[in-house]
Design a protein around this ligand. Structure first.
Ligand SMILES: Nc1ncnc2c1ncn2[C@@H]1O[C@H](COP(=O)(O)OP(=O)(O)OP(=O)(O)O)[C@@H](O)[C@H]1O
Length: 579
């Protein structure tokens, strides 16, 4: 019970914000219309049930006029029903897409907000596969869950109420006759329907319960398998060079085997459940006739009464066993709820970690220098990585940062960029200064070369001819002729070429502070030297901080800082750069 309340609370937490958002009026109106139509549909079913009695009585009495009248009546009801059903579906789908669009936008905003997506990745796999959660789970939550299940529940409650009254009335009109004796059991038809449904629900719950966990696992295994395939695609070259195809094949088949084994378990469970639900559904079509047949054969009820009872009985029993039919849907749905909830929680954790002290605070400051104060950069597990008590990078400085591999140079840059949440201290950055970090492997979106270089600026922000000039200047004249070509540049170009394009991006965006994290390491020494000369020529006022291992880099820097590894975290030590 506590589990159900907690689940309902989670559903409320996920579903309700839309109806309080800026789109609330459209959402509420659509929902109200859908509910009104659903209630109308139940009212029509009640009218059809009453029509049933009159129609079959007319048949039994061979009353032609009555028969024709009732046929006409039915046509009117059927027409209204068809229109209601069509518009119910149409409005339902309309609400689905509006709601999904709003949720997708909201989740994307929260996921991408202030490097949250990066921090979530740092925090581990609490929210693995955000792609699945945003693309699939939101859809399943709305289309496959809350709307069909919520409306089904509403329909069941209203149907149950109206048809229980009818069944109660019919029980009085056709008292139970058994062994020649009239038994006076008030509402016996209703009680029979109730017992039948409770029995079915209890059995289904008992047999179907493991399906919840199994379905949850299944979707996880499917996502894992998909993710492994994507990894192979992304690392195709490495795998081919290492001849790792057999290893990949075995690994992929291993993942698939887990998926298939789980599926077998689902199949076995579903088989048992289907035996139950199919048997239950079959018996349901004759069970009410058996219950009312003594009264019929005793002459207490006409054929119309019999068919009306059968239809009312199946409506009550159908409503009560809503849970029975919805069980599999519920099982899949609760897995979706858990995943969306987990995603929500991990977005919150990632946000909290960036705002709950101690944090590395990036503060805007007057002056022109970047000032580091009492900085302690830590690993996600809290272990110290780099410490810097007092460190100033003045405007125009050219600083070379060296140090052993793994000493924390890149992480220090991440902290300077404000995306590394673990640690404490302050980094003061001049107000309005443009800071840019160039990594070893720059990222280019799949777009035209112009837009890929100008990223993340909006397409069209920069002059195409200027971008062409920069590409030529960084030593890629052939590429300057392909500015309008759309391609997967990261896959197509060599790492050295990508690094040259990264430099072109820096020249285009003209940052005040440029941090290069081994951003020219794949170029030969001569090319690297010409790139640094280009930077000095085109960005004379820009402060440059480079991480690099080559001694030839010293010539282009005025200061040299070494990250020295120590037990309590590396420290920065400075020595004058040799010229
Ligand atoms: N997300 C992370 N989770 C756990 N440890 C991390 C994470 N990122 C980096 N580290 C660890 O922090 C240490 C410093 O990494 P970093 O990339 O900053 O080193 P580096 O000095 O730039 O090395 P290199 O010269 O090889 O590029 C490494 O031991 C690395 O394993």
């Amino acid at each position: 019970m506590r589990g159900i309340i907690a689940t309902l609370a989670t559903v409320w937490r996920i579903a309700s914000p839309y109806f309080r958002s800026e789109e609330r009026w459209a959402g509420r109106l659509l929902l109200a219309a859908i509910i009104a139509i659903e209630l109308g549909i139940v009212a029509i079913t009640v009218l059809i049930n009453q029509w049933n009695a009159r129609f079959y009585n007319a048949l039994q009495d061979r009353n032609w006029d009555r028969f024709v009248y009732e046929l006409g009546y039915f046509c009117v009801l059927a027409t209204i029903f068809i229109i209601a059903a069509v518009y119910q579906l149409y409005l339902n789908q309309w609400l689905q897409i509006r709601w999904r669009r709003w949720m997708t936008r909201t989740y994307l905003d929260r996921w991408l907000d202030g490097s949250n997506h990066y921090r979530m990745q740092l925090l581990g796999d609490a929210a693995d596969n955000p792609d699945q959660r945003i693309a699939e789970d939101i859809r399943l939550f709305i289309e496959g869950g809350i709307l069909p299940l919520g409306l089904g529940l509403l329909n069941s409650i209203v149907t149950l109420g109206s048809f229980s009254v009818i069944l109660w009335g019919l029980s009085a009109a056709a008292p139970l006759h058994l062994f020649g004796v009239a038994w006076n059991i008030p509402g016996y038809l209703f009680w029979a329907a109730l017992l039948y449904a409770i029995l079915g629900t209890a059995l289904t719950h008992w047999i179907g319960k493991p399906l919840v966990a199994l379905n949850f696992q299944q979707q996880r295994y499917e996502a894992d398998f998909r993710f492994s395939l994507v990894r192979v695609r992304e690392n195709a070259e490495q795998i081919a060079l290492l001849e790792g195809e057999q290893a990949e094949r075995n690994r992929l088949l291993g993942r698939f085997a887990r998926l298939a084994d789980n599926w077998m378990a689902i199949m076995t469970r579903t088989k048992r459940l289907t035996f139950l639900t199919a048997g239950y559904g079959q018996i349901a079509s004759v069970f009410p006739i058996i219950v009312i047949s003594p009264a019929y054969f005793a002459g207490a009820v006409q054929l119309g009464g019999l068919t009306q009872t059968a239809s009312a009985f199946s409506s009550v029993q159908g409503a009560l066993s809503f849970f029975v039919d919805a069980y599999r849907q519920l099982a899949v749905w609760s897995a979706v709820i858990e995943r969306l909830d987990g995603f929500d929680r991990s977005i919150l954790t990632a946000r909290e970690i960036a705002t709950t002290p101690p944090v590395i605070a990036i503060e805007p400051a007057g002056g022109t220098a970047v000032e580091i104060k009492d900085l302690a950069v830590k690993l996600p597990n809290g272990a110290p990585l780099v410490n810097a008590q007092d460190f100033v990078i003045a405007a125009g400085d050219k600083v070379l940062v060296t140090g052993p591999s793994g000493s924390g140079k890149s992480t220090l840059f991440r902290a300077l960029a404000g995306i590394w949440p673990f640690g404490s201290g302050t980094i003061r950055v001049p107000t309005g200064a443009k800071v840019m970090i160039l990594p070893q492997r720059p990222y280019f979106p799949i777009a035209t070369l112009t837009d890929a270089i100008a990223y993340p600026a909006e397409p069209g922000t920069y002059d195409t001819a200027a971008i062409g000039d920069l590409i030529t200047a960084v030593g890629l004249p052939a590429l300057a002729l392909r500015l309008d070509e759309e391609a997967h540049w990261n896959r197509m170009l060599s790492l050295g070429e990508q690094q040259r394009l990264g430099i072109a991006r820096a020249l285009l965006l003209k940052p005040d502070y440029l941090f290069l994290d081994e951003a020219t390491a794949s170029l030969d020494e001569a090319a690297e030297a010409s790139v640094y000369r280009l930077l000095a020529e085109r960005l004379p006022g820009t402060t440059i901080v480079s991480i690099g291992h080559r001694s030839t880099l010293t010539a282009f820097h005025s200061r040299r800082v070494t990250v020295e590894r120590q037990a309590e975290g590396a420290r920065l030590s400075e020595e004058p750069a040799a010229h």
